[in-house]
Design a protein around this ligand. Structure first.
Ligand SMILES: *Cc1c(COP(=O)(O)O)cnc(C)c1O
Length: 442
């Protein structure tokens, strides 16, 4: 466990998050339950914001990448912290607006934004749209003209750096559905194209090299590559980018294979990146661009814990012991999708020694519906509260009603007090949009 003041084991030997005993939360709200530690979310937003203030004269902004966890309350927190957000769909944009988030601090991404999403964004005064195709530039220009606005845009570039958790590779041409390659001239071509669009104002460039990255050098390299490209565009086209958005991707602790980063470590990552931007600006005689970063996972990931109740236990001697919980791939599909690893503890017996290795299974009708494979636990009993750590990012946001299970509720905890931020679903919610055509009615 990557312990902190708001995530620890209390004197009762129970998991405590945000000052609340996880066993009490399970009793009060039921399981499965997503629990979010407000203090940690705010601390993460602040550490990035302060680093931009301290190391870059405040000439930039933190955008919370809301696809990691999107609901009204999280936009309300981001607004309260005076940061921006990015969205990747009309639905996320709608949620942000409904939470009262100012549209001018919202950036929109997507490799295939729909006409109706672009129209909806422009109509509501979105701050910036990150263009990712020729057709999008044309369509967006048309929509902006129709609404009599000049829309700020960035171009999504691909710097040819592919980062993975502990390593990165540099490639001349990267196979990706995202971005325009800097290395093969594609990014220069789209720049020329966008600069001809009368209702688009090209503010600069964006890149995002991957996720769950711990290698500082990969961020530095990406920043250097895009800064070199900015210098090149100034020379060849006379266009000097005013903004540089370097994306997200900072890693978090899931298991002891990952480093346990503290707030100051995240400041160090960002400082390394800022130093690279500064020195490249100096080298090329460029103005320091307005700097944007888009952390998602690192803001909400470790802030979240999922609580389950242990149900059926199946021991297959010499093969495996399955401990089944009342959730599964419908609230956390990441093992099924990516074989992601998690740390699992018994929240009500958190001080006990782990005596066996088990596989935590969900309740879906799918053999691949697992949460964690071969993980150490004390001998679990039916009724124990099982906690999966670091589930704040890409869990609720990827949840589904598979098998017509309920998407669990989410609570926000601060100073020991928990409140719903996503209410529990009901059977009525499950059939809300179902229709039986008249001819099938008996
Ligand atoms: C997913 C994504 C992010 C956030 O990535 P994290 O790894 O969650 O920090 C930021 N920017 C873009 C464009 C993304 O697609």
């Amino acid at each position: 466990m990557n312990e902190r003041e708001t995530l620890k084991i209390n004197s009762l030997g129970h998991l405590e998050i945000g000052g609340a005993d996880a066993v009490d939360l399970a009793k009060e709200f039921g399981t499965p339950l997503y629990v979010f530690d407000e203090t940690h979310i705010r601390n993460m937003m602040r550490v990035y914001k302060r680093t931009i203030e301290n190391e870059y004269d405040g000439n930039g902004q933190v955008l919370y990448a809301s696809k990691a966890f999107s609901c009204k309350a999280v936009y309300a927190i981001a607004n309260d912290e005076n940061i921006g957000v990015d969205v990747v769909s009309g639905g996320e944009f709608y949620t942000a607006l409904k939470a009262g988030f100012p549209a001018n601090r919202i950036y929109m991404h997507g490799n295939n934004k729909l006409f109706r999403e672009l129209e909806y964004a422009v109509e509501n005064g979105i701050g910036n749209i990150v263009v990712d195709s020729y057709s999008e530039a044309d369509i967006l220009n048309g929509i902006a003209a129709q609404h009599g606005v000049k829309q700020n845009v960035l171009i999504r570039t691909n710097p040819g750096i592919e980062a993975h958790t502990h390593a990165f590779v540099q490639t001349a041409r990267t196979d990706s559905k995202f971005g325009f390659s800097i290395n093969d001239g594609a990014a220069e071509e789209i720049t020329r194209h966008v600069l001809t669009k009368k209702n688009l104002v090209l503010k600069g460039y964006h890149c995002h090299i991957g996720s769950q990255i711990f290698e500082k050098q990969s961020f530095v390299l990406a920043a250097e590559k895009v800064m070199d490209f900015i210098a090149k565009m100034k020379k060849s086209l006379g266009f000097e980018a005013a903004e540089l958005n370097i994306g997200g991707g900072f890693g978090v602790w899931y298991t002891d294979e990952d480093p346990k980063l503290k707030l100051c470590d995240y400041a160090d990552y960002l400082k390394a990146l800022i130093d690279a931007v500064k020195s490249k600006a100096k080298e090329h005689g460029l103005n320091k661009p307005y700097l944007l970063i888009e952390p998602g996972r690192s803001i909400v990931g470790e802030a979240g814990v999922t609580l389950y109740t242990v149900g059926a236990i199946k021991d297959i001697p010499g093969i495996k012991k399955y401990v089944a919980v009342d959730g599964g791939m419908f609230d956390n599909p990441r093992y099924a999708l990516y074989q992601s690893k998690y740390t699992v503890i018994l929240a009500d017996r958190a001080n006990e020694k782990c005596t066996e290795r088990v596989t935590v299974a969900g309740k879906c009708c799918e053999s691949g519906d697992l949460i964690a494979v071969d993980v150490p636990l004390p001998e679990a009993k039916i009724g124990n509260i099982l906690a999966v750590l670091t589930t704040g990012a890409y869990n609720y946001s990827m949840a589904s009603n598979y098998n017509r299970n309920f998407i669990p509720a989410a609570v926000l905890v601060k100073d020991g007090k928990a409140e719903y931020i996503v209410k529990p679903q009901t059977y009525e919610d499950i059939v809300r949009n179902d229709v039986i055509p008249g001819r099938l009615k008996k």
